[in-house]
Design a protein around this ligand. Structure first.
Ligand SMILES: Nc1nc2c(ncn2[C@@H]2O[C@H](COP(=O)(O)OP(=O)(O)O)[C@@H](O)[C@H]2O)c(=O)[nH]1
Ligand SMILES: [Mg+2]
Length: 376
């Protein structure tokens, strides 16, 4: 039988890009064209493409990028619906690339795009990842949006180095280039929680990566506002948790259970208020307190555990209703199992724990599928 052998052709020879620059965007319309022109200037004759990964920005960022893409094949755009998060946007852009090298860069011109050719050269000479670092000689972080962000960047980096055993000066950097084959290999292990893709990548590598650094002078934002709110701290904490305890139990389940346990305190406080202070009869007060605890669990899970899929507006209400329904069934399962275990002669403590565990697993499994389902 005739066998056709496909010899790999260097991308540059057939016109494909050598570097895909992935730019996550959220309401960056005013910067799109400037980013493209800055890249065109910086990349010169090096074959490149930019992949904007836009989380359905309200200001028409994706439309702007696609409009330019119609007459410029350096430009691509992925539009995501019902998704949020810089890290997962970056990862999806990398996965959409076929170039040998992929870079992550912000879409607000805070990163110095003129470093890209040098990053490319360093990868060509054997490094796996080249990080634009604000914390080595010649670098600077003065363009960070606030002192709070600067503190997070510095301490977050130290924590990441400690807990995740990363060895580099700026694990929190959002500007780096790496070999795509290295990324492809470790992509299934990524957490893609929050906004720090680099820390995630470095912590997910199962063998040491050849890391090189290059000084970055982080510039001030040109147009628009920073999108990263105080929630970035929660996100970073989730990433650290996922990369540490996440190996034993899924981080969302750990959080869900902790929040569920804290619901007991909310329940008791509400019961004390309703029964002792407001003078409501015990049965009604208990039912109301359970509703208050369930509602607070729902809201905290929505803000923390499922931050990346959080529900707003009308969907917050339908989400709450499904959560009530799931918890009601979880409650019945909890009591039923505990009772069965207890009547089979097991001591009350173990029976109680067994019931609570079954209830928690049920509530978690069902609410992750129904209340906070991944594809919306
Ligand atoms: N796709 C996507 N991009 C985001 C998200 N949050 C921020 N970005 C983009 O990520 C880049 C860095 O965000 P920015 O707000 O400038 O962060 P800061 O410079 O650290 O304050 C910008 O290009 C943003 O538009 C997000 O949830 N999804
Ligand atoms: Mg920025």
């Amino acid at each position: 039988m005739l066998q056709i052998r496909h010899e790999p052709t260097p991308a540059a020879l057939i016109g494909g890009p050598l570097v895909s620059i992935v730019v996550p965007t959220l309401n960056e319309r005013a910067n799109v064209n400037m980013v493209i022109e800055a890249l065109r200037h910086a990349m010169g004759t090096l074959p490149w493409e930019v992949i904007f990964v836009d989380d359905n920005s309200k200001d028409g960022t994706a439309e702007e990028a696609k409009q330019i893409a119609r007459s410029d094949n350096h430009v691509r755009c992925i539009r995501r619906i019902g998704r949020r998060g810089l890290a997962s946007a970056g990862a999806e852009g990398f996965l959409a690339s076929s170039a040998p090298y992929v870079a992550l860069m912000d879409g607000d011109l805070q990163h110095d795009e003129t470093l890209l050719p040098q990053m490319f050269q360093m990868l060509e000479s054997g490094d796996d990842v080249v990080i634009a670092s604000r914390y080595i000689a010649g670098g600077s972080s003065s363009g960070l949006a606030s002192t709070e962000r600067a503190t997070l960047s510095l301490w977050g980096g130290l924590l990441a180095n400690r807990l995740l055993k990363i060895r580099c000066s700026d694990a929190m950097s959002g500007f780096f280039m790496m070999r795509r084959e290295v990324f492809d290999k470790l992509a299934p292990r990524l957490s893609t929680i929050g906004f720090k893709l680099l820390a995630d990548i470095l912590a997910s590598a199962d063998q040491p990566l050849a890391i090189a650094e290059l000084p970055l002078r982080f510039r001030a934002r040109l147009a628009g506002d920073s999108k990263l709110d105080t929630g970035v701290k929660v996100d970073f904490l989730l990433l650290l948790l996922d990369k540490t305890v996440g190996r034993v139990a899924p981080v969302r389940f750990v959080l869900f259970s902790l929040i569920g346990a804290s619901g007991l305190a909310v329940h008791m406080a509400a019961l004390a208020f309703l029964h002792l202070i407001a003078g409501i009869g015990f049965e009604l007060a208990q039912a109301l307190a359970a509703s208050v605890a369930m509602t607070s669990n729902f809201l905290i899970n929505n803000a923390v555990t499922y931050r990346d899929r959080r529900l707003n507006g009308a969907r917050l209400l339908t989400g709450l209703l499904t959560f009530y329904a799931i918890c009601a069934v979880g409650f019945i399962a909890n009591v039923g199992i505990a009772n069965a275990v207890f009547t089979s002669g097991t001591n009350w403590l173990l029976a109680g724990v067994a019931g609570a565990c079954v209830g928690a697993v049920w509530n978690f499994a069902m609410s992750s599928q129904l209340t906070w389902k991944a594809s919306t």
